[in-house]
Design a protein around this ligand. Sequence first.
Ligand code: A2P
Length: 271
Amino acid sequence: MNSLALQDEPKAFPIPAGVFAETVTKVTHYTDRLFAFRMTRPAGFRFRSGEFVMIGLPNAEKPVFRAYSIASPAWDEELEFFSIKVPGGPLTEHLQKIAAGDTVLMRKKSTGTLVHDALVPGKRLFLFSTGTGIAPFASVIRDPETYDKFEEVYLTQTCREEAELAYGKALVAEIEADELMSEFAAGKLKLHSSATREGAARGERVTTLIETGKLYADLGISALDPATDRAMICGSMAMLRETESLLKARGFEEGANNKPGTYVVERSFVD
Ligand code: A2P
C-alpha cells in the first residue's frame, strides 16, 4: 500500500467514554443547505419532546459536539434531526456527508426549555420558527400530549427561500396522512409558512405578520392573547429578540422548567 492510499483510509477513532454511538438509518437532503437524518435510539434513552442533545462524529480523538434539537417525538423508536450545512463548519461539514450505516455520537443527557413543563396551561399553542428552528417543533407537533393540552396548535416557519420550507410542509402532510397521528392532530394543527426572499408564495417575516395582523387573517383566528395563548420561539438571535418583544408587549411572560410561563425561548443554538 503506498502512502497516498494510507492517507485516504478513514482513521478509526475510539468512541469516547460516556456517549452513545448510534447508527444512521436514513438521510434526506432538502436543499444544498438543509438535510435531515434519522438514527437508532439508544435503549433506555428518555427525553421530553422539544429537548435537544449534543451530537458529534467519531472522526477525531476529541470530537466536536453541537446542540441539536431532537425533531422526532418522545414516543418514536428512532431519533430524527434537521440540520443546516455550514460551509467549513467543524461538525456540519462532515455531518452533511453521512449515509445510512454510519455512526453518530450523542451525549447521554437531553435538556431544553421548549417543553410543555415550562408553559402554564392554555387553549392555543403558537410555535414560531425560522429555518432549522422548526426542529424542536417537529417533535412537539408529533406528540399526542400537545393535543391533550391545547385545543389549537399553530406552527409558523419563515425561511429565505421557498425550497427551505419543504421539511415543515412534508412533516405536516405526513401527520395529516398518518392514521394514528391524524387522530389527535386533525383539525387542531395548522401550518403557516412564508419565504421572505424568493418563491411563488413570497411572504413576510412572522414578526411583520404579527404586527400587521396578517397572521391572524391568514389563519382565520383572533389576535395573540396571554389569557388563552402560549408560545414557543426558536430561530436566529434577531428573530428571538423581536418575537419576544412583540409577545412581552402583549403581556406574555417568559417561562422556564422551574417556573412555567406563557412563552418560552431556546437560546442554546444561537451564536
Ligand atoms: P429576511 O429574508 O427578511 O431576512 P436567516 O437565514 O438570516 O436566519 O433568516 C431566516 C429567516 O428569518 C428569513 O426569512 C429572514 O427574513 C427571517 N428573519 C431574519 N431576521 C428576523 C427577525 N429579526 N425577525 C423575524 N424574522 C427574521
